[in-house]
Design a protein around this ligand. Structure first.
Ligand code: ACO
Length: 327
């Protein structure tokens, strides 16, 4: 007897970057830094920064429209909206409801997921569970951030690292025979370790300080943990599914720092050609970095139907996670 299961298929991908580009050289005019330092330590050459009147939900809506267009689906099909963000428009309601309203999406389920740079891995896992449980057929899973609003622009150790942007996937529940060579999300893994709460955080918030605050980071500690945890997160997916690292067509990692991405690739023994890098152009867009990298890979013809793709991310908390999908 053949077992039929529900599986979440990637039906569409879209990305959106604000028009304004800020180069390293521009930052060096206002901070004690240099293009050479930023490139050498991070691989970043530029970042996009949202206009003053451009909100996280505006970036998310644009990415969502493009993903729906790519999926050839109308807004009316959307039953679930999950937005991964740490820079919501307001403390509440959920930015996902602003996206729902601006898109003109029908009444459905809409909420935010807050796992900082790991937000998209968490959002994919949560959305996949909702779809497989039959709560909705068609979902928008979006990573959208305006980190420019929470940076301390006088702190060279953090201000040079981040950018704004959004990316979206349309995930659709489809009946599947559940084979590993069939399309869809094959496995997800999530972790958090709150002992590192103070290594990467924002020094404000409605309960603690009644302010928004600014991003603070123990960069070396983040770096050290990121390399180990991100590699482990992919190894766990491979162990769960029986694939080998060599079976991966693409690794689409969270884009924090080129040195982290390269170190994880080396640990996994991956050909660098199989690792998608956009941090040079986008900087770290937190929860938006993976869907933006997916959108870029699709545009560049590197992401094609049937490929085995791993995603992985780590961020404040620390929280981290991974997903394996057959595109
Ligand atoms: N320009 C010039 N000099 C700088 C800058 C800058 N923008 N920032 C720091 N420096 C200086 C420091 O002050 C220090 O000077 P000192 O030796 O006189 O004290 C020197 O450069 C070296 O600083 P380190 O912190 O040791 O530099 P490191 O090589 O570790 O690089 C970095 C710092 C890029 C932050 C690195 O630790 C890193 O990438 N960590 C991961 C952090 C990260 O990616 N966070 C993103 C959020 S989490 C995530 O997405 C995974």
């Amino acid at each position: 007897m053949r077992t039929i299961v529900l599986r979440s298929l990637v039906a569409g991908i879209g990305g959106y970057l604000p028009a304004r580009i800020v180069t390293n050289a521009e930052l060096a005019l206002v901070l004690d830094t240099s293009d050479a330092w930023i490139r050498e330590r991070t691989g970043i050459t530029r970042r996009h920064v949202a206009a003053d009147d451009e909100l996280t939900s505006d970036l998310a809506v644009e990415a969502a429209r493009r993903a729906l267009q790519n999926a050839d689906l109308p807004v009316s099909a959307v039953e679930l909206i999950v937005v991964a963000t740490s820079t919501p428009d307001h403390t509440f309601p959920a930015t996902a409801t602003a996206v729902q309203r601006k898109l003109g999406a029908p009444i459905g389920i809409a909420f935010d997921v807050q796992a900082v740079c790991a937000g998209f891995a968490y959002a994919v896992a949560v959305t996949d569970s909702f779809l497989r449980a039959g709560h909705a057929r068609t979902a928008l899973v979006i990573g959208a951030e305006t980190f420019s609003r929470i940076l301390d622009w006088t702190d060279r150790t953090t201000a040079v690292l981040f950018g704004d942007g959004a990316g979206a996937l349309v995930l659709r529940a489809e009946r599947s025979a559940g084979r590993l060579d069939d399309r869809g999300v094959l496995a997800t893994r999530l972790w958090a370790d709150g002992r590192h709460y103070g290594d990467l955080y924002v020094d404000g918030g409605p309960s603690a300080t009644r302010t928004t605050g600014h991003l603070r980071m123990n960069g070396r500690e983040v770096f050290r943990h990121a390399v180990v945890r991100l590699a482990e997160s992919v190894e766990a997916l491979l162990a769960d599914t029986g694939f080998a690292a060599g079976d991966l067509d693409l690794l689409v990692p969270h884009q924090a720092n080129l040195r982290i991405i390269e170190a994880v690739g080396r640990r996994l023994g991956l050909d660098p050609q199989r690792v998608v890098v956009t941090v040079d152009r986008h900087a770290n867009t937190s929860a938006a970095s993976i869907p933006l990298a997916l959108a870029t890979a699709l545009e560049e013809g590197r992401l094609t139907r049937g490929q085995l793709v791993a995603l992985n991310a780590l961020g404040g908390g620390f929280a981290w996670g991974s997903a394996l999908l057959r595109f």
